[in-house]
Write a protein that binds this ligand. Structure first.
Ligand SMILES: [Zn+2]
Length: 299
């Protein structure tokens, strides 16, 4: 059975790009009679806040997008992540990394790919893990790998080119995003990952991690980002494009859904609607691939 998920980080207000991803993942799961869950990815220390997560859940509920299962908060899943690290260690995949941020900047030879994403060149490979007080990386196999993206078609990437050996455990005791996302998709039985195109470059790394942990590979779909009317990144303006801010300007959640549905190829015009009304017309081959511009009047 299909199990889709929406997994935001509770670091701010959900903007139109996040809401578009949420709706697309809901439609894609429901159109095949599947289930859909929400997971809070709050492993990233103090930037993640419970109250922000609760606000995001309220916004999703206002759009009638409600999780079939109780919400999993990743900050409460430390035992599962530690167990996964122990399994990777037993299989010989882990090594401690003593590199400082400055070391990593000097080592990075590849051009800047995405925000802060540089491939790790493997300097500490060969170090022996002696305990939890050091940062831990996972050694991944060389070479490229293929996967089928529901929206973008056949993709081919190489973890070594994009991230290098991923950091899975930080020296400050935090578990890294790649570990948490892969462990939880596996534990929850997620079969379909719909998310923003900004995460496409890390997909090969996450698939290799799934393989190392013996977890099944979900289907992927990477949606084009929502950008400003002039095509630029939303950046700080994104916060003004949450449900509450839009409502204050007289734009209802039904109107937002109408625009989101239109942007996903479900309707010819952005007419106000509810999620179930979009189900009959949702199909991945009708979803536009590129970026979507926010209406001028909403900015
Ligand atoms: Zn290192």
């Amino acid at each position: 059975m299909t199990l889709g998920r929406f997994a935001p980080s509770p670091t701010g207000v959900l903007h139109l790009g996040n809401l578009r991803t949420a709706l697309a993942s809901w439609l894609s799961a429901r159109v095949r009679g599947g289930r859909w869950i929400i997971r809070m990815e709050d492993v990233d220390g103090p930037r993640c806040r419970r109250d922000l997560g609760e606000g995001q859940l309220r916004d999703l509920a206002a759009l009638d997008l409600e999780s079939d299962n109780p919400i999993v908060w990743q900050s409460e899943r430390g035992a599962a992540y530690r167990e996964a690290l122990a399994a990777l260690h037993r299989a010989g995949h882990l090594y401690p990394c003593a590199c400082t941020r400055k070391d990593l900047q000097q080592l990075a030879s590849a051009p800047h790919l995405e925000d802060g994403l540089r491939p790790y060149p493997g300097r500490c490979r060969g170090q022996i893990w002696e305990g939890w007080e050091r940062a831990l990386r996972c050694r991944l196999p060389e070479g490229s790998l293929d996967w089928e993206d529901r929206l973008l078609g056949l993709q081919s990437d190489e973890p070594a080119r994009l991230t290098g050996d991923p950091l899975l455990f930080r020296r400050d005791g935090c578990f890294a995003y790649h570990l948490a996302v892969v462990v939880d998709d596996g534990a929850q039985g997620v079969t379909e990952v719909v998310r923003g195109a900004d995460l496409r470059p890390v997909t090969a790394t996450q698939i290799r991690l799934q393989e190392a942990l013996g977890l099944p590979r979900p289907d992927y779909a990477h949606l084009g980002l929502v950008v400003a009317p002039d095509g630029s990144r939303l950046g700080k303006r994104a916060g003004a494009l949450g449900l509450e801010a839009l409502a204050a300007r007289g734009i209802s959640s039904r109107e937002v859904l109408g625009w989101l549905g239109w942007s996903l190829g479900c309707q010819e015009r952005p007419e106000a609607c509810t999620p179930p009304e979009l189900l009959g017309s949702f199909a991945w081959n009708r979803v536009p691939m590129g970026e979507v511009r926010v209406p001028e009047a909403w900015v």
